[in-house]
Design a binder for this molecule. Structure first.
Ligand code: COA
Length: 257
């Protein structure tokens, strides 16, 4: 598939994705969502991809939200469907990708744009970034996982305040509440993402994927996270990367993963 709304590059086992709809501040229309769905499905099994970095094209926006013009005329059934399908095909799919996904937030991350970042495993931002879930100002609520993931990440009280007020927070506040883990100047964003990716890639890909799944299991209904952790922990022992990692330590050399 040829991507018209995504810029995609792969260097040194990192796949870089830029959402590219500059005239609409990279707002997520159906075409962008379809392309993200296809691309993430490809990257899941791509041997040259160990870490994925998601960002927005240009210097103003990561993603300014779902494309409001596409759903303003929807009724209840269409709204429910939009939310369910979007989550299943893109937002939950990204969250459950076993390879680490880093959101590099380079400007506005609003509504569906912030929800996209919330689906990623790591979030970093530029100092000019602005984040928020302004859906209640449009007469709707976040529907791509925002009411669930934001409280998990920053706590219920803070998330409720942000969702009910719909206010935007700056990068400094986002760092303070744990919404992002680093804030850097605009011109250092991609280098910082590359550095985080490179640091992750020094470690076992198998262990990374197990860690992502173990952490996620804490938030799955009816799942005992502690038990899942034991299962994922145990599964590492039969994997060659565990043998390599422990052997390398004992032999006082760097592990080769
Ligand atoms: N859906 C559709 N189009 C959007 C959009 C969205 N979520 N966000 C921005 N755009 C479009 C604007 O309509 C405008 O298009 P136009 O030039 O054809 O009129 C273009 O992107 C530029 O946006 P503009 O509003 O002119 O930029 P700004 O710098 O004045 O304001 C924002 C930036 C982000 C504050 C403003 O665009 C905004 O509030 N966007 C909507 C945010 C939102 O509510 N998102 C949640 C949706 S669920």
């Amino acid at each position: 598939m040829e991507f018209k709304n995504l810029l995609v590059e792969n260097n040194d086992f990192i796949s870089w994705i830029s959402i590219h709809r500059p005239s609409k501040l990279n707002a997520l229309n159906l075409a962008v969502l379809e392309e993200l769905q296809v691309l993430f499905a490809q990257l899941k099994t791509d041997k040259n991809t160990r870490v994925i970095v998601l960002t927005g094209s240009g210097e103003k926006a990561f993603v300014a939200g779902a494309d409001i013009s596409e759903f303003s005329h929807f009724d209840q059934n269409q709204g429910t469907d939009l939310s369910r399908k979007g989550k299943e095909l893109v937002f939950d799919f990204i969250a459950s990708t076993h390879k680490p996904v880093i959101a590099a937030i380079n400007g506005f991350a609003l509504g569906g744009g912030l929800e996209l970042a919330l689906s990623c495993h790591v979030r970093i931002a530029t100092s000019n970034a602005r984040m928020g879930l302004p859906e209640t100002s449009l007469g709707v609520i976040p529907g791509y996982g925002g009411t669930q993931r934001l409280p998990q990440i920053i706590g219920r009280g803070r998330a409720t305040e942000l969702i009910l007020t719909g206010r935007m927070i700056n990068a400094e506040e986002a760092l303070q509440v744990g919404l992002v883990s680093r804030v850097v100047p605009q011109n250092e964003l991609l280098d910082t993402a590359a550095l985080i990716a490179a640091t992750i890639m020094k470690n076992s890909p198998h262990a990374s994927s197990r860690a992502i799944r173990a952490i996620a299991s804490a938030y799955e209904d009816g799942v005992d996270g502690m038990e899942k952790e034991s299962e994922h922990f145990g599964a590492c022992f039969d994997h060659p990367e565990f043998k390599e990692g422990t052997q390398a330590f004992l032999e006082k050399r760097k592990a080769k993963f």
